[in-house]
Design a protein around this ligand. Structure first.
Ligand code: CA
Length: 221
């Protein structure tokens, strides 16, 4: 596997790269945010490892820009500030994993290997659940068009399978910094999605888990 590692502390980077290469992971290294962003856009990496505090541009900014451009390379964020806020921010804008500094390189290797074992999500351009096929590029489900927010919500539900997705998480993820967004937006969009699934004649239902969130279920009847 080949990764991009963006880290400004050279001694740390050297030590980590040495161990990654011993584990058969080839590494391209960038020491500042701008160079990191330039390289991160190349479609050659299996994963990106981004430090948060970097010269010129932060790791969070890199992540935000590439996700907006539709680049889906898995990302592990690193931060010396093992603060919950950083972690939440990183995951909200599309990081796949998070590692607090200092970390053991063996832990980083384990996380990278775990990400590379999730090929179905990253390489295929569709997500499937029972009789539903969601097209990640065209944002359609079984060829029916979805609005942008419906698509984001359905994608989250499909990626979680039968696990419950928390309502707060959906609100933060889909509406993000929109301070005017309210709890009931989620409910409204769930009812839109339910109507669309019904119109498709799908066996899949969106189940409300009271006080928690939503999950997909499939009834055979
Ligand atoms: Ca740093």
């Amino acid at each position: 596997m080949r990764i991009l590692y963006v880290e400004d502390e050279k001694l740390l980077a050297d030590a980590v790269i040495h161990l990654l290469e011993k584990a058969d992971i080839s590494v391209d290294w960038a020491s500042d945010g701008e160079e990191g962003l330039r390289l991160a856009k190349k479609p050659v990496y299996d994963a990106l490892v981004l430090d948060i505090m970097l010269p010129k541009m932060s790791g969070l900014e890199i992540l935000e820009i590439i996700r907006k451009q539709g680049i889906k390379t898995p990302v592990i964020m690193l931060s010396a500030l093992s603060e919950v806020e950083d972690k939440v921010k990183g995951l909200e804008i599309g990081a796949d994993d998070y590692l607090g500094k200092p970390f053991k390189t063996s832990e980083l290797i384990a996380r990278l290997k775990a990400l590379s074992r999730r090929p179905a999500l990253q390489n295929s351009k569709t997500l499937k659940f029972a009789d539903l096929t969601f097209d990640l590029d065209n944002r359609t489900v079984n060829d029916i068009e979805l609005t942008e927010k419906e698509a984001e919500i359905l994608e989250m539900l499909l990626k979680s399978g039968e696990k419950t997705v928390q309502k707060d998480y959906i609100l933060a993820h889909v509406w993000g910094a929109d301070m005017l967004a309210e709890d009931n937006y989620v409910e409204v969009y769930m009812s839109y999605l339910r109507k669309k699934l019904k119109s498709l004649g799908s066996k899949v239902k969106i189940k409300t888990i009271r006080g928690l969130g939503y999950k997909l279920t499939c009834s055979e009847s």
